[in-house]
Design a protein around this ligand. Structure first.
Ligand SMILES: [Zn+2]
Length: 66
């Protein structure tokens, strides 16, 4: 699992999301439910937060099965 930092493009609320895959494949944007907007909104993928070693691998394009 990797933790990602996302920001709602509509209201600017930031949230963390833990997933078992590389969010970079979505090209920087993903639709998720925003608690502030109370609707599905476009979220900007700000980056991978932790664990740092896996984030570094993802950023450098190294494919690793999670
Ligand atoms: Zn929002």
């Amino acid at each position: 699992m990797t933790r990602w930092l996302l920001r709602c493009a509509a209201c600017g609320r930031e949230r963390a999301l833990e997933v078992g895959f590389n969010l970079l494949v979505f090209g920087g944007k993903i639709y998720l439910y925003c608690k502030s907007c109370k609707a599905n909104r476009e979220h900007l993928i700000l980056g991978c937060v932790e664990p740092a070693d896996i984030c570094a691998d993802l950023a450098s394009g190294v494919s690793k099965s999670a």
